[in-house]
Design a protein around this ligand. Structure first.
Ligand code: GUN
Length: 300
């Protein structure tokens, strides 16, 4: 039986609707509008598309947003100065520096300049540490979106073997840490595969839930998947296709057609994990506004 398709677009719309309602209640009570600042350095076309989409979501939900576009040759010090200004701007509750940054900039230095309470990406070491030890914090948006997709599709990872392929700081490491927590909608046995893993298929075939974030187009084929497994495809890859007008198409890290025949459920690309990332960013930004209101109240 072919797989159930997990519709990330539909689920993300539900989440955005819930966030919008909460944002309106917050505004009615306090007059405060959640504000998010985007910093985009250089002219990476994919980053421009992502920041545009995130800005549109802010508009749709009635959030305040600003996009700061800086040239590729911006120095680390200039970028840190911008971040400091945003840290002190009370209209801004969340700061997002779109990654990747140009190679002359030390990504960690930049991420550490963001005030952890405004770190809606959950990339600051303080928030990464909180996640690892199981404290409440901002969860990185893509992994948080994956957990939410599972939850709203009634797929409970508890007691299951989750195999993650990819160990990036943005997806692989945080999703592994989220799903191994002793919490609801987590509590999984987690295996992480990466470029140093000798036989990836040996591990992927054991997965009840397979999460693929390796950045290799259509790498995971149907014969690498256990029948009935849940497959979450985080990949977004452009491949040439002379048969379509644009000359290319977007595919995931999973070969969809063969995986669809074997899996129990699968996320499509596009329309799976991607829209969830943006919905969770909106959720984190609303939470950031609430956290900052609480801190101000405590100070008064
Ligand atoms: N680049 C790819 N994914 C992300 C993300 O979730 N946040 C940021 N800031 N940059 C990214």
């Amino acid at each position: 039986m072919p797989a159930q398709i997990i519709n990330g677009r539909k689920i993300s719309e539900e989440i955005k609707k819930e966030v919008k309602q909460k944002k309106e209640a917050l505004f009615n009570e306090t007059g405060i509008v959640p504000g998010l600042a985007f910093i985009l350095v250089g002219d990476n076309p994919a980053s421009q598309v992502y920041v545009n989409m995130k800005g549109k979501a802010c508009e749709e939900l009635g959030f305040y947003s600003v996009t700061i576009k800086l040239p590729a040759q911006t120095t680390e010090d200039e970028l840190i100065e911008k971040i400091k200004t945003l840290n002190n701007d009370s209209k801004i509750h969340g700061i997002l520096v779109q990654l990747p940054l140009p190679s002359h900039i030390d990504e960690q230095k930049i991420l550490q300049a963001i005030d952890p309470i405004k770190d809606v990406d959950g990339f600051h070491p303080v928030n990464v540490g909180k996640l690892v030890i199981g404290l409440d914090t901002y969860l990185p948006c893509t992994p948080a979106g994956i957990q939410e997709l599972l939850k709203r599709s009634d797929i409970n990872p508890s007691g299951k073997h989750v195999v993650v392929v990819g160990r990036s700081n943005i997806v692989g490491k945080p999703i592994a840490n989220i799903l191994l927590q002793k919490r609801d909608w987590a509590n999984a046995t987690v295996t992480v595969c990466h470029t140093g893993t000798r036989d990836i298929a040996y591990f992927t075939r054991q997965a009840d839930i397979l999460i693929v974030a390796m950045g290799k187009p259509e790498f995971i084929k149907g014969d690498m998947i256990k029948p009935g497994a849940v497959v979450i495809d985080v990949g977004v890859n452009r491949i040439d296709d002379p048969n379509v007008e644009k000359g290319y198409r977007i595919v995931g890290d999973v070969h969809f057609e063969s995986a669809f025949e074997v899996a129990g459920a699968i996320t499509p690309v596009p329309g799976g994990v991607g829209p969830m990332t943006i919905a969770m960013l909106m959720k984190n930004t609303l939470q950031a506004a609430l956290n900052q209101i609480k801190v101000k109240e405590l100070a008064n």
